[in-house]
Ligand binder design. Structure first.
Ligand SMILES: [Zn+2]
Length: 428
């Protein structure tokens, strides 16, 4: 196996140091390191972060290989600096059995670009009626610990309570897509001034906040763990802050797009901005940034949701919801959180690697950049400036809201257990 000698990288933005990656681990850190036979990587000016971990990725396989496969999705993940992703369960068939989660897990192993940790469905077929075999998925080769009906909300309070109780036995967590279904029937965008002007059916903040309020109370009542997916409103932040102040075991994630974009973009009627939960207001964006900075929101998660062009290049009402995000996540976080002075690079490592790994129960990911730790690493050029060009993406889909937009930063290299998956910005 090739060893790599990385010269003059700034670990978490600190002073330049050399790192030796050998036999899958970080074998040495210091100045003027030398190693016979190692491939030298010049990292002058680059930041070294632990490999990023995504809690929320739609890989679409099995069933929608026209949008993404495990292979294309993990290649996109590697290009975005990720060394582990959690694959959401809303595939065809749904990942609600040991068979399907093991299939996804095996495809991830074969891809070799990024660890793939399958998420299991909470209910059979994501129908919200009957609990899936959570214990069987937990005991499977895929060792599922995160369960979610993402795309749909577990809206039945009794089912949600049972799921929360069930996963306690093996330290699992329920990741909720908080969307009260009756309040959001036919919803097309955020409910507010812009939806009123455009005459589009609104998705009100209260539809998210009411489910989060119920769920934090349920989690506290049964003494279990709740994770809130893609928090998008200022009110949701307040509820989570309150739940945490009570000492309840609640964690939350925010997507890059909810940290940057607002519902003003919907005025273009370009379905690339159609996403669930919808883009909210500037006040929500600012509250989400503040909550990520102060730790109320634990993690950034991409909600990478690839769609083929025929599902996006159509009129607004008919278009699918979702955006690709793996290859732009770190740049958006740099722009919204680092360049605004809200977070440093060590905070980025915490919110995009360490904490998501802990929430997902991944013990060999999200580790510190230290000697003897697994060599999962990303090198970022923070000085890079350039317009996003989707033609260069590794994902099979092109539904990015950032086409042509200037975003800072570029992933130069990614290492998975000491093996380069990306070098000089290109897949290896
Ligand atoms: Zn969702």
């Amino acid at each position: 196996m090739t060893s790599y000698l990385i010269k003059n990288a700034r670990i978490l933005g600190g002073e330049p140091q050399d790192l030796l990656l050998k036999d899958g681990v970080i074998a040495a850190i210091g100045t003027r390191l030398a190693e016979d036979g190692a491939t030298v990587v010049d990292a002058e000016g680059l930041i070294a972060l632990p490999g990023l971990v995504d809690l929320h990725t739609h890989l679409r396989e099995p069933g929608r290989e026209d949008a993404e496969t495990v292979l294309t999705g993990t290649r996109a993940a590697a290009k975005g600096g990720f060394t582990a992703v959690h694959a959401m369960a809303n595939t065809f068939p749904v990942a609600d059995t040991a068979g399907v989660v093991e299939q996804v897990w095996r495809l991830g192993k074969e891809s070799g670009y990024c660890d793939v940790q399958p998420v299991g469905a909470v209910t059979i077929g994501l129908e919200g009626k009957q609990l899936a075999e959570l214990g069987t998925m937990a005991d499977s080769a895929a060792s599922v610990r995160v369960f979610s009906d993402d795309g749909k909300c577990v809206d039945d309070a009794v089912i949600m309570r049972r799921a929360l109780e069930y996963v306690k036995a093996f330290g699992g967590v329920i990741a909720q897509h908080a969307q009260e279904p009756r309040l959001t029937e036919g919803a097309q965008m955020n409910e507010g001034a812009v939806s009123g002007e455009l005459g589009l059916r609104g998705w009100p903040a209260v539809a998210e906040e009411s489910i989060i309020a119920r769920d934090v109370l349920l989690a506290a009542h049964v003494g279990s763990r709740l994770h809130v997916c893609h928090v998008s409103t200022a009110g949701s932040v307040e509820i989570i802050r309150w739940a945490k102040s009570k000492g309840w075991d609640v964690t939350a994630e925010v997507t890059p797009h909810h940290l940057l974009l607002t519902d003003e973009l919907v005025r273009s009627y370009d379905p690339v901005y159609k996403v669930n939960p919808p883009l909210r207001t500037e006040a929500d964006v600012l509250a989400l940034r503040e909550a990520l900075a102060d730790g109320t929101i634990d993690a950034v998660a991409t909600d990478h949701a690839p769609h083929p062009s025929e599902d996006k290049d159509c009129e607004w009402a008919a278009a699918a919801m979702g955006m690709v995000g793996l290859e732009t996540a770190l740049s958006v976080v740099q722009q919204t959180m680092v360049e605004t002075g809200l977070m440093g690079w060590s905070d980025v490592a915490d919110r995009m690697s360490a904490r998501p790994a802990v929430i997902g129960g991944l013990t060999a990911q999200g580790r510190p950049v230290s000697v003897d730790e697994p060599a999962n690493l990303v090198l970022v050029d923070p000085a890079y400036r350039g317009a996003v060009n989707p033609d260069s993406f590794a994902t099979r889909s092109r539904n990015t809201p950032y086409r042509g937009r200037d975003l800072p930063g570029r992933v130069v290299a990614t290492f998975l257990r000491g093996r380069a998956t990306v070098l000089d910005g290109d897949l290896v």
